[in-house]
Design a protein around this ligand. Structure first.
Ligand code: NAD
Length: 375
């Protein structure tokens, strides 16, 4: 089997697989072709890929010669034009937001797997790209905040006086939120966190954060560990609690998401206006609408003296280790669909293979994606 690694668009510095992953694939009896300069943003040169056993070629040749194509982002218009029948395409396809691409893949008989719909089971943890990238984003969010804040994070007792520690409020204590709490604590800040899932309280306190409790949240066990939408009464109580804590905070890291829905608005405009000037809000939920009412996606704005950074793609700013984690996740997925002899074996009995497939045999095979696309 031939596997092709495609180069990402200009501002995406990560690459789906690094030379070390190519070496693993070669040991798995897979031939690898890498698009020229695919790894440069992540500091992997063409010769590094060649030394690992890969071949470097043009985009066109990579697409034509590969049986399986791997990328981080969905294919570009040019790539869509080049992909022919019968190929396998693996990427983070965001299928709910890209219905035209998914319909085109079905029509063209492309088998596609999307890393963002992989079932989040214990067995799938080693393949969970959402978790790895959220870990990077949570860490980077804190560093970005610390760099922007006109104050120290840790407490200092110096001859020039005592510096009080920064106060960080983390909204949403999922994977990125927990990483943001841990990183803020390591930098010496005082950290508070809020989540609708009461189950995370112990995790927050276990890493040194204080959990803000608001009673009456709907915690739906059927949502597989994810949050669900909340009642209006709860939202009001929550808004007040967040307001009270926000105005005491120097930094707010927003990470709250509800899968495939608009992000909940947790930080109102009035609250931002009541925050201390110089404070910083990092909104990792910006691409799905943002947790902060004044967030502008992919922009940094200053609202009433508060810097609000809307960026859901902070993982891009740590391309080497983000690619390392992404590549390891990809290898773990490929192990499920490649035989010892190095040939492709799509095992539809495997819940991870089945659960992450979006199109196959000219059909949309992912039930939820199909329902969303068919309306
Ligand atoms: P996410 O990105 O969907 O959401 C981030 C956090 O925001 C979640 O903790 C959620 O509860 C919270 N949130 C949503 N609405 C909110 C609101 N109105 N107010 C406050 N907080 C709100 O979630 P995630 O980080 O991808 O993962 C969430 C959970 O999924 C994990 O904690 C875990 O239980 C499960 N998970 C399982 C696996 C696995 O087993 N493979 C991997 C990762 C996550």
């Amino acid at each position: 089997m031939v596997l092709g690694i495609l180069k990402e668009i200009k501002d995406e510095r990560r690459v789906a697989m690094l030379p070390e992953n190519v070496a693993t694939l070669v040991k798995m009896n897979v031939s690898v072709i890498v698009e020229k300069d695919a790894g440069l943003g992540a500091f992997a040169s063409n010769s590094d890929y060649e030394s690992a056993g890969g071949k470097i070629d043009t985009k066109e040749n990579v697409i034509h010669q590969s049986d399986v194509l791997v990328k981080i982002n969905p294919p570009t218009t040019e790539e869509r034009g080049l992909i022919k029948d019968g190929k396998v395409f693996i990427a983070v396809l965001s299928p709910y937001y890209n219905p035209d691409l998914i319909k085109e893949f079905a029509t063209k008989n492309i088998t596609s797997f999307s890393f963002d719909v992989i079932p989040r089971t214990t067995r799938a943890q080693a393949i969970d790209i959402l978790s790895s990238m959220a870990t990077v984003a949570g860490y980077k969010a804190v560093l970005t905040a610390a760099n922007t804040l006109p104050k120290f994070f840790p407490m200092f007792m110096t001859a020039a006086g005592t510096i009080t520690p920064a106060k960080v409020l983390v909204l949403g204590a999922g994977v990125s939120g927990l990483q943001a709490i841990a990183t803020s604590r390591k930098l010496g800040a005082v950290v508070e966190a809020f989540d609708v899932r009461a189950a995370v309280k112990e995790e927050v306190t276990g890493i040194g954060g204080k959990f803000i409790e608001v009673e009456g949240a709907s915690d739906d066990k059927a949502a597989g560990g994810y949050a669900v939408e909340q009642s209006d009464e709860f939202k009001q109580k929550q808004a007040q609690a967040i307001h009270d804590h926000a105005i005491q905070s120097d930094v707010i890291i927003c990470t709250a998401q509800i899968p495939w829905k608009k992000a909940p608005v947790l930080l109102k405009k009035e609250t931002v206006e009541a925050m201390k000037p110089g404070s910083v809000v990092i909104d990792l939920a910006a691409s799905t609408g943002g947790n902060c009412e004044v967030t502008k996606n992919n922009e940094t704005i200053i609202h009433n003296g508060v810097t609000v950074i809307g960026n859901s793609f902070l993982a891009v700013d740590m391309p080497a280790d983000a690619s390392k984690m992404f590549g390891k996740n990809v290898i773990n997925f490929l192990k499920l669909i490649i035989t010892k002899e190095g040939s492709l074996n799509l095992n539809w009995e495997d819940d991870i293979v089945k659960g992450s497939a979006v199109t196959h045999n000219r059909e949309i095979v992912h039930e939820k994606v199909k329902a969303a696309i068919d309306g």
